[in-house]
Design a protein around this ligand. Structure first.
Ligand code: SF4
Length: 323
């Protein structure tokens, strides 16, 4: 049976205002995710990945940000038109988020067990006893003994705190989980354990997941599809096989060239020349043109269209399928 689409973002544009300048963080973004799918949203800092996630949860900073256009359809309803009350019901119950830094996302003065109970009690009518047993069960799901229920976050290591963050996020069995660089703050061995856990849990609960990362190694471990973001746009999208085996956008090529290959003796790693553009003064035409080794005069004339180079594989480049 074909899995149904649970989230569809259409033509989303989000800007921030700073010092009277418009910072175009997300520009005309289209993206869909199906039940059970894990989508990697990949790009450098400032590419618009986190802004996209915060838009889906409607937790963008109110004063400085504005959604310029678009729709975010979740199970047939446009999230952007819902009331605050309706949104509060969806957040945590249907769409949950795991943040990058578990040290700051947990409440330091509340026991971890109580923090899981709080999330469950926001969205269910469980009595006290049931709340406790569901929260203890969630701790065990993420590999923490239930007798640690009454411990405070500072009594846990970084990896264990991130497990608590995962337990809170999964406690209401959400349909969509957004994980924003969930392993970046952890050291390498703990990263692998947390990724392993996330992999097991997504199989068990069939939760759709958007994994935000700058790390293509993490994507390979866990994702089924990949969207590469650059300067607020998706420049390449495809299945994990298409992106790892047959990527076509020059920016994606640069990202792969900059990964160390432990089997090949490379004396030097290639880096992508230049820096991402200033989002308040984007170049004309293709935003990647100042850094692109294949750029021609045509690239500066207009923003390239999305080209479908094979079923499900989309590339935003005038050379797509022609190199
Ligand atoms: Fe490079 Fe031109 Fe393609 Fe942009 S459109 S990625 S500048 S070749």
């Amino acid at each position: 049976m074909e899995n149904s689409t649970i989230l569809e973002i259409k033509d989303l544009s989000v800007s921030y205002t700073s010092s009277n300048k418009e910072i175009k963080a997300v520009r005309g973004l289209d993206l869909a995710i199906r039940q059970g799918e894990t989508l990697g949203l990949v790009g450098e800092t400032g590419a618009g990945k986190t802004t996209t996630a915060l838009s889906v949860l409607r937790i963008l900073p109110e004063v400085s940000s504005s959604i310029k256009s678009g729709e975010i359809m979740f199970e047939g309803r446009d999230i952007l038109t819902l009331s605050r009350k309706e949104m509060r019901e969806i957040r945590g119950r249907d769409i949950a988020m795991i943040f990058q830094d578990p040290m700051t996302s947990l409440d330091p003065v509340m026991t971890v067990g109580r923090q899981i109970e709080e999330m469950i009690s926001l969205h269910t009518d469980c009595d006290k006893k049931e709340l406790r047993s569901r929260a203890e069960a969630m701790l065990e799901v993420v590999g923490i003994r239930k007798d640690r229920f009454d411990d405070y976050p500072h009594q846990f290591s970084g990896g264990m705190k991130q497990r608590v963050g995962i337990a809170i996020a999964l406690s209401c069995n959400p349909k969509l989980l957004i994980a924003d660089e969930p392993t970046t703050a952890l050291d390498v061995t703990i990263q692998a354990q947390v990724l392993n856990l996330m992999n097991q849990l997504k199989e068990k609960y069939r939760t759709a997941m958007i994994l935000i990362t700058h790390d293509l190694g993490v994507v390979a471990e866990i994702c089924s599809s990949v969207a590469i973001m650059y300067a607020g746009q998706i420049v390449e999208y495809g299945s994990i096989e298409q992106i790892y085996g047959n990527h076509m956008h020059p920016y994606t090529e640069g990202l792969f060239d900059s990964i160390p290959d432990i089997e090949e003796e490379k004396s030097e790693l290639k880096v992508i020349d230049g820096l991402p553009p200033d989002p308040s003064a984007l170049p004309a035409g293709c935003s990647f043109s100042p850094r692109c080794p294949y750029a021609t005069d045509r690239c500066g004339e207009s923003c390239p269209d999305d080209v479908q180079v094979e079923p499900g594989h989309i590339v935003k480049c005038i050379l797509a399928g022609k190199k």
